[in-house]
Write a protein that binds this ligand. Sequence first.
Ligand SMILES: *[C@@H]1O[C@H](CO)[C@@H](O)[C@H](O)[C@H]1NC(C)=O
Ligand SMILES: *[C@@H]1O[C@H](CO)[C@@H](O)[C@H](O)[C@H]1NC(C)=O
Length: 499
Amino acid sequence: MTEKQSYSVARKSFFALFWTSTMLFVLSWLYVSTDRPRSFGRKSLPILNLPNVFRSSNGLSRTILASNEMKRDGEGREEEERPKREQGFQDKDGANAMTCNGIVKEPLKIFMYDLDPEFHFGLLNWKPRGGRVWPDVRTEIPPYPGGLNLQHSIEYWLTLDLLASEISDNPNNRVVIRVQNSSEADLIFVPFFSSLSYNRFSKVRRHQKRSRNKVLQAKLVNFVTAQKEWKMSGGRDHIILAHHPNSMLYARMQLWPAVFVLADFGRYPFYIANVDKDVIAPYRHMVRNYVNDSSDFDSRQTLLFFQGSIYRKDGGYARQELFYLLKDEKDVHFSFGSLKKDGVNKASRGMHSSKFCLNIAGDTPSSNRLFDAIASHCVPVIISDDIELPYEDVLDYSEFCVFVRTSDAIKEKFLINLIRSISKKEWSRMWEKLKEVEPLFEYQYPAKDGNAVQMVWKSLARKVPGIKMKINKYRRFSNTVVHQKHGGLRSIPAPNKFW
Ligand SMILES: *[C@@H]1O[C@H](CO)[C@@H](O)[C@H](O)[C@H]1NC(C)=O
Ligand SMILES: *[C@@H]1O[C@H](CO)[C@@H](O)[C@H](O)[C@H]1NC(C)=O
């Protein structure tokens, strides 16, 4: 009996112990897991890792990610909270600018090859006199042709700015200076006006075997790769301008170790050009600037404006889809054709009186329409999944552009409902920002503070540390001489094709 009693007491206390520990276990598991699913949930939303403001997969509603939502990360890490100013385009602490404590950093030092004028100003019919290579920019600035050529004129503005640096009163206030001794230079500039060469001389004339554009590229490759500067770095510190997507078609395959200045990567294999190695520069816009823009949300009567051709080759299928989705919406305006003759004036008027301007991927991911929209303060709606944007390492485009994935944009009513749902207040904020960033996309001579010319130089300056590392790695083996079994001497060639 007593044995049985003590047995049942033991059994009861055993069960009590069992239940208590089970409850404790369940409670602690619940406690831990209430945290878990949330963090997993966050992590599984790839949306949160992307900077674009307008993202939605749940039909028509638009998700605006509040900044505090962005801050929370999967593993509960708090991203560093940075003041808004720093995230904006003011890269006051960027390379070659004023630092926080007011010390002026050195300007970017560029060595420029004295190429024969046939590669640069000669293409603009400039006639060198007395064996000169460069125009004297104090007295003559060879004019650049107007029209569509201007879209890709960055080669002209950068070269002029380098020449101007030599006559500057205050070279240390400059973003860039030309140096005559290449061993003092950060980067080596190859002044070939390749877009102009493509635009003007890519046709094979009757008495020619090859076009002048092709001949110039072949000559350029021979010249540049024979220089000691190229051999010392394998070309990694050379700047090659190829802004027109079809320019440098032949030379690009030989000059790929260099930094290319491009409009986009649409027609380049990844190992020839990519966003880590190269620099994206803006197109020069074609429409007029909207000087003294006193318009507002209500006075811009067209909701959405599109200028361009509807039927494009590869990559542009979305244009057609969107045209059929939008053509019957009453406040949407489609304007066909390219910007020739009166087209520019019409497009200017159209963009100046529209709230939003559509940018759809065409043959290439980029187009000058984005920069036309910025100059018109017409909020760009970008539908181009692979677009790369100028200075995006210092500029947050989501502050003044609306990004929509192509797969979303071609859903019935998605785009139009999204755009209609943007309030006057939100639109006005983006419009203010557009006016603020507009100067960053302007090309002028002489360069104004913070204009496109200076922004591109600064983008190049930010590449310098990475380039130095690549060159040092390249030199690990390039100077080594190995004794082979047969007693012969052999230099080890340059490393693999990914530098
Ligand atoms: C170029 O600069 C290097 C290093 O500063 C110097 O050793 C060399 O003598 C200079 N060359 C000329 C031609 O001035
Ligand atoms: C813009 O405004 C300024 C100052 O009010 C004026 O001097 C200038 O002529 C205006 N420009 C245009 C194009 O209206």
